[in-house]
Design a protein around this ligand. Structure first.
Ligand code: G3I
Length: 456
């Protein structure tokens, strides 16, 4: 294995199990640097190669054998959707999702969460809601699910498929859209507050061709979010291709243009109908396009064998019904082994804790969990009451080399240097020994925040 600087820098966020699996699968082939599995081949350039997994197939030994051998990222095909995780309002069920997440993590695979808010596959109770009741239910769903999986998800599809097809460039009409145009950014803010360590993605289909109105509309939304500090980290291109919707000639341009907005790009649900060399050639093009864009951080195929696909009739995947590798598999593996520049935004997570003023009666402590990447950071500040309950609190942080661009769950004064934070209404009261959290996002460095807390 050729260990590039980038692959070395990823070591802290790859578990020991993953490292062992990677080492085991990097058996030297004809090419001295060639990896023999999709995940290992992708890791050579700091990327991942994932698949959708269905809980109902986890008893199938052929399926599981391929999953465990080939992939290092997993998406639950249906099990994390709103109807699966909140079948009746306020009752959350994670059984099937947990089976997938726990299996993935036990094998050192990472997990993409799919999807927190979507017009489709809503539970029945939600389909009938509207207005502020629906908005609140949606935000509660995002908060509850992202909190439950906090720390376990590499990237969340926070909002899925919110734009209309065709030439309008408009938002898709849906009950969620009718709660107000800001429903998407509200969902992203709630997701960031619930799991500050997860990358937050907007995910859609028919956004592969740069010239299409839908692609342009999503681009403008992401551009606007970045300009206004709405927390978004990535754009997912589902990339379901067939004769009616072929791989566009400008696909790489689309990936690059989204990346230029300062977000990662992920190919999230790849499948390409067809067979033989024509299908293999299309898979090769898609893989090479990702490798050519440094912020295209990984590819996920939407299933393992053709027979596992939501459109099995189109034989769109990398393994045939018997689990044999297809020509498309070989073309992807070869393209990955040919490599490409690694992602530029390697995330490193550090956690520091600072205690101030106690704890004692009427006092509080503050600690920070910092997620720092090349150009920015997200800080989550935990405020803990001492031996008496807090009726209000004030936190001071120091930002020597960074600027706050966005914050949540606290009032702020200042954006750099000494920044003061005070509680908002709903988190003023903190029982003795209990905690509440607020957070902020910034550009530059978030190190040395050194939060201090006092009761107010
Ligand atoms: O599990 C039940 C089964 O018990 C029942 O007998 C059967 C009867 O129809 O339905 C089964 O559930 C189906 C489920 O897939 C599991 O196979 C649902 O009806 C069916 O609606 C569901 O389809 C999923 C589809 O999303 C729903 O929108 C597909 O598996 C899944 O691959 C597909 O994935 C979507 C992404 O989430 C978003 N992007 C597009 C992509 C493809 O449509």
């Amino acid at each position: 294995m050729k260990l590039t600087a980038r692959s070395v820098s990823l070591v802290p966020i790859v578990s020991t199990v993953a490292a062992a699996a990677l080492g085991a699968s990097l058996i030297m082939a004809g090419n001295a640097n060639a990896a023999t599995t999709l995940g290992a081949a992708a890791q050579q350039s700091g990327r991942y190669f994932g698949t959708a997994v269905a809980a109902g197939r986890m008893g199938d030994s052929t399926y599981m054998g391929i999953l465990n051998r080939e992939f290092d990222m997993v998406t639950a095909e249906n099990e994390m959707k709103m109807d699966a995780t909140e079948p009746s309002q306020g009752r959350f069920t994670y059984g099937n999702a947990d089976r997938i997440v726990n299996h993935a993590r036990s094998r050192g695979m990472r997990v993409r969460g799919h999807a927190l808010a979507w017009h489709s596959q809503q539970p029945g109770w939600m389909q009938n809601m509207s207005g502020s009741a629906l908005r609140n239910a949606m935000l509660n769903h995002v908060t509850q699910v992202a909190t439950y999986y906090r720390g376990k998800i590499y990237a969340w599809d926070v909002v899925n498929e919110a734009f209309a097809d065709g030439s309008s460039g408009a938002r898709r009409d849906s009950n969620l859209q009718r709660t107000g145009n800001d429903w998407i950014e509200a969902a992203f803010r709630a997701a960031r507050a619930a799991d500050p360590g997860a990358k937050l993605c907007y995910n859609d289909y028919n956004t592969d061709d740069w010239s299409h109105a839908k692609t342009q509309a999503v681009y403008r939304m992401v551009q606007d979010f970045k300009a206004r500090g709405v927390p978004i980290d990535c754009v997912g291109l589902q990339s379901h291709f067939n004769a009616q919707s072929p791989v566009p000639s400008n696909y790489q341009t689309t990936l690059q243009n989204f990346a230029n907005l300062g977000v990662d790009v992920q190919i999230t649900e790849l499948d390409i109908e067809g067979s033989g060399s024509a299908q293999a050639s299309n898979y090769d093009r898609v893989t090479r396009a990702c490798l050519a864009v440094s912020r295209c951080t990984g590819i996920t195929v939407w299933g393992i064998r053709d027979s596992d696909s939501w459109r099995a009739y189109g034989t769109p995947l990398l393994f045939d019904n018997n689990g044999n590798k297809k020509p498309a598999y070989t073309s992807v593996l070869n393209a990955l082994n040919a490599g490409g520049p690694g992602p530029t935004t390697t995330t490193t997570t550090t956690t520091t804790t600072t205690t101030s003023n106690g704890p004692g009666p009427g006092d509080c402590t503050a600690s920070v969990s910092l997620n720092q990447w090349n150009e920015g950071f997200v800080a989550t500040i935990k405020v803990t009451a001492g031996s008496s309950a807090l009726k209000g609190w004030r936190v001071t942080t120091t930002l020597s080399n960074g600027t706050v661009t966005n914050s949540w769950s606290a009032n702020r004064s200042g954006t750099s240097g000494t920044v003061n934070w005070t509680n908002v209404d709903y988190n003023a009261n903190v029982p003795a020994g209990q905690s509440t959290e607020f957070g902020f996002q910034g550009t530059g460095s978030g190190s040395g925040l050194n939060p201090t807390c006092s009761a107010s």
